[in-house]
Design a protein around this ligand. Structure first.
Ligand code: HEM
Length: 138
């Protein structure tokens, strides 16, 4: 089937059964009917995600591997009509923003991991030096 095909939400909502199951992830439509039985996470989660209308959030929450992401391409049948302007696109941006923030926060967290022990050592050394100096004078 042609991948540039666009599907309306009402058309997509007709494909939520075990014999005909479509998923919407990041504005793309996947026909996972033949994948249901092979899905390592089970077929129930896919059917549930299909019925929910947009599986993006649940798909991302699982933290699927890159293998899973390349596997998806084999089930792609098209995109959601008017996706760019829709809520889905905004939700995607939220997800992206979350990821960017996580990446941005990560280095400062690890920097703190380095600074804290050094700071503790410096304080300990200061205390040791002060006590030594003080008792030498007394
Ligand atoms: C075309 C869509 C999908 C594909 C190709 C796919 C593929 C896979 C693959 C290959 C795994 C094995 C672990 C990994 O490699 O990440 C997996 C696990 C899983 N998937 Fe999906 N998946 C899809 C959609 C979904 C959706 C929409 C959900 C929604 C809830 C879901 C839930 C899960 C769960 C719960 C696991 C099990 C994780 C575990 O036990 O470690 N998957 N999926």
């Amino acid at each position: 089937m042609e991948v540039s095909q666009k599907y309306s939400n009402s058309e997509i909502s007709l494909h939520t059964s075990k014999k005909d199951c479509w998923l919407v992830i990041h504005g793309k439509v996947y026909d996972v009917t033949t994948f249901l039985e092979d899905h390592p996470g089970g077929e129930d989660v896919l059917l549930h995600a299909s019925a929910s209308g947009d599986a993006t959030k649940s798909f991302e929450e699982v933290g699927h591997s890159s293998t899973a992401k390349s596997l998806m391409k084999g089930y792609l049948i098209g995109t959601v009509e008017g996706y760019e302007a829709g809520e889905g696109a905004a939700e995607d941006q939220e997800l992206m923003r979350g990821r960017v923030l996580q990446e941005r926060n990560a280095p400062s967290a690890s920097l703190l991991d380095y600074i804290l022990p050094v700071l503790i050592l410096a304080v300990a050394f200061g205390a040791w030096y002060y006590l030594n100096h003080y008792s030498a004078e007394a």
